[in-house]
Design a protein around this ligand. Structure first.
Ligand code: ZN
Length: 69
């Protein structure tokens, strides 16, 4: 399990990036939504997309360890 956050601001491609709590690229707490303690990246990305009603994707720097195979 990991604590996941999603950025409120979209990237240039329209995706909102999902991070884990300990990512060095995680922006300040005012600019992210807390998603909760979630077991894998796919579930966190799905939850972020539902919350924002926008596209979301996992941060390549921090979420790779939580991908399901
Ligand atoms: Zn990250």
């Amino acid at each position: 399990m990991a604590e996941f956050y999603v950025e409120k601001n979209a990237q240039g491609n329209g995706n909102h990036v999902v991070h884990t709590a300990y990512c060095s690229l995680l922006p300040s707490k005012e600019t992210v939504h807390y998603l909760g303690s979630i077991s894998n990246t796919q579930s966190a990305v799905k939850k972020a997309a539902e919350l924002l009603r926008k596209q979301a994707s996992g941060c390549s720097h921090c979420t790779a360890a939580y991908q399901t195979i």
